[in-house]
Design a protein around this ligand. Sequence first.
Ligand code: IPE
Ligand code: IPE
Ligand code: MG
Length: 246
Amino acid sequence: MSTIDSIDKNKLPNHMAVIMDGNGRWAKQHGKMRVFGHENGVKTVRDTVESCVQIGISFLTLYTFSTENWKRPKFEVDTLMRLLVSSLKKELVTFMDNNIRLNTIGNIDSLPKKANRELQEVMAKTSGNTGMTLTLALSYGAREELKNAVQAISAKVKNNIISIENIDETIINNHLYTHNLPDVDLLIRTSGEHRISNFLLWQIAYAELYFTDVLWPDFNEEHLVKAILNYQNRERRFGKTSEQLT
Ligand code: IPE
Ligand code: IPE
Ligand code: MG
């Protein structure tokens, strides 16, 4: 069994991102409605967050609701929003106890008022925490994020705040939702799907990708440790040759 102790603390992914997928299929396997899967997925979120704190991860970003997920049946969307509010209420104490700062990326204004208000409150209350930054991607779409960045930069060019020649990767980065986050080092997707589904397209340019067949509600600390150990055995070359790295 892989335990947290087997992880090399000097080679941790600084920023870990997770596409938490498979709640619906998990529920179906148990002969229940899809929302039962989401309810159980919340428990996995809680456990994963606590394990990441224990491991010493600095940035954890969770794909919680995509811009495309608005197309799901109203009952499912409503349940997801209700679960978000109740979890935030319940977990504030966990965030404080573990020195976690809550952050969000996405079109937060499009969320129901209640969810928006709860998020603002928890973010304000945890803003002084200095441990792990937990980012929830909510109503998040990477293409929308890039479109917004292009619009914001274009407006600055039009108003002579930025000149076209000066647009570089740093300026683009500074106009993304993730301007205060480092690049992703490790991206995990559960449930056996091998796709990105409009998540952090710019930020995963050099991330290590890890896919597991485990459905999100079944994903536990052992699976998490396995993913991190797998990451630690990879050689990240960033375009260089292997010889250049030593
Ligand atoms: C992930 O599980 C949760 C969200 C996308 C909100 P799914 O609900 O996508 O589960 P599957 O993929 O249908 O099994
Ligand atoms: C991606 O999962 C979004 C989240 C995990 C929040 P989906 O289940 O929505 O992705 P697709 O539609 O299968 O690509
Ligand atoms: Mg899915």
